[in-house]
Design a protein around this ligand. Structure first.
Ligand SMILES: [Zn+2]
Length: 104
């Protein structure tokens, strides 16, 4: 008797009476389609498909947020570089132009 995928994952002894065996064929682990037992029990037709869609949407949202933040970061770096240029010039100006100390 070949253990079903659920029994293999949970390292249990599988039998012909195993109630999970019909939902977790032995080859589920091999082809990478193994799902958590709860998802398949809760929704025998779709299994964890809903979770997969939710997580894909979450990934897409986070990638979108990341793209926005990367643009903001690029903009801030540009402003920072410009500020350094202005400060560098101001620093240079203050070195070139010194107030007469005896007039104060
Ligand atoms: Zn089993």
């Amino acid at each position: 008797m070949v253990s079903c995928a659920s029994c293999r994952v949970h390292r249990k002894k599988c039998s012909e009476e195993c109630i999970l065996a019909p939902y977790f064929p032995p080859d589920d682990l091999d082809n990478g389609t193994f799902e958590t037992p709860g998802a398949r029990v809760n929704d025998p037709v779709h299994g964890c498909t809903k979770d997969v869609h939710r997580l894909r949407k979450q990934i897409a949202d986070l990638e979108s947020q990341l793209a926005v933040k990367q643009v903001e970061l690029k903009h801030m770096r540009s402003e920072y570089d410009n500020l350094l240029l202005v400060l560098g010039t101001a620093s240079l100006d203050s070195q070139l132009f010194q107030y007469p100390t005896d007039a104060i």
